[in-house]
Write a protein that binds this ligand. Structure first.
Ligand SMILES: Cc1cc2nc3c(=O)[nH]c(=O)nc-3n(C[C@H](O)[C@H](O)[C@H](O)COP(=O)(O)OP(=O)(O)OC[C@H]3O[C@@H](n4cnc5c(N)ncnc54)[C@H](O)[C@@H]3O)c2cc1C
Length: 272
């Protein structure tokens, strides 16, 4: 749920909207709507698609307000020593705790845990993700995306295009997020940003309303959507110390899945 500013405009470049099907998540979304951080964007087949007010990251920001969150702290080591979990950051800080919940994409979590996941490792290695390029382009005029503000070609280079101005999270002119298909992303993943952006803009041309591109940025999501997931909503173990792995690779997909998995992780930890 990522939102970035480019030249004064906001771009959602990760999840574009969320759906709520389970009673637990529906009630959380109702709470966020009442708090003014989420609202309905559009409906499809009678089901609401919600967005964060002023961007998708409004929701995690709201949830994080009561937590002690360290941003831009990359964990490079996780180890169980002396009856505690020890985390070391890239900057050399140490954090300790009695229990550990890891929600990084599973391949990264496994690398960090370095064999600690023991008997869970086989199941965890079966969780796989697709990659996705997100191209953010600030236009010099309106996009050609019409009232709805999005289109989902889903083939060739382009999976999805949305105009963040029409979505209502930023001022105009057109501010488009273009997501590449998984096939296009994997076949061009290591190519220079200029070449990838050129190909994506060419493929998206018909939806840009004839407007030119003032500025663009490319983000490479290596772990975008979990394409094979663990059936359980999280995996927990007591040895060597309380450890829970969770996230959208477990149970249900997308933002709703990540939420339900987080809830399951909290329950599992409280029972250990
Ligand atoms: C392009 C794109 C479009 C999407 N569209 C939708 C959509 O429309 N609807 C929908 O429901 N879902 C969508 N999703 C999926 C949705 O974003 C995810 O399902 C959800 O964000 C998963 O949440 P999570 O907490 O499990 O993992 P993440 O949101 O991936 O969070 C994992 C976090 O772990 C952090 N991390 C990783 N390694 C370390 C480390 N070593 N140290 C410290 N931190 C670390 C990462 O920085 C990240 O913040 C989309 C995803 C992408 C990428």
């Amino acid at each position: 749920m990522a939102t970035r500013r480019i030249g004064g405009q906001r771009f959602d470049h990760g999840a574009q909207y969320l759906t709520a099907t389970s009673p637990r998540f529906r009630s959380a979304v109702e709470g966020w709507r009442a708090a003014g951080v989420a609202e309905e964007w559009f409906r499809e087949g009678g089901r609401a698609r919600y967005r964060g007010v002023a961007g998708m990251n409004a929701i995690p920001k709201y949830l994080a307000a009561v937590l002690d969150v360290r941003l831009n702290s990359r964990i490079v080591e996780m180890a169980w020593r002396g009856g505690e979990w020890h985390l070391r950051t890239e900057a050399g800080e140490e954090h300790c705790g009695a229990g550990l919940v890891v929600t990084a994409p599973v391949p990264q979590a496994l690398e960090l845990l370095g064999g600690v996941a023991g008997r869970m490792e086989g199941r965890l290695k079966r969780i796989r993700y697709t990659s996705c390029f997100a191209l953010m382009a600030a236009l010099d005029g309106d996009s050609g995306l019409g009232e709805a503000g999005f289109v989902e070609p889903g083939e060739g280079p382009v999976q999805w295009i949305a105009d963040n101005a029409r979505k209502g999270i930023t001022e105009g002119p057109g501010a488009v997020t273009i997501h590449a298909t998984a096939a296009f992303t994997s076949s061009h993943y290591d190519e220079p940003a200029e070449r990838v952006a050129g190909l994506m803009l060419e493929a998206a041309q018909g939806w840009l309303g004839g407007s030119g591109v003032r500025e663009w940025q490319l983000h490479r999501w290596r772990y975008s959507m979990a394409e094979t997931r663990e059936a359980e909503p999280c995996l927990a173990m007591k040895e060597p110390g309380p450890l829970v792995l969770a996230g959208d690779g477990f149970g249900f997909p997308g933002v709703e899945g990540a939420f339900l998995s987080g809830f399951a992780a909290a329950m599992a930890l409280s029972e250990m």
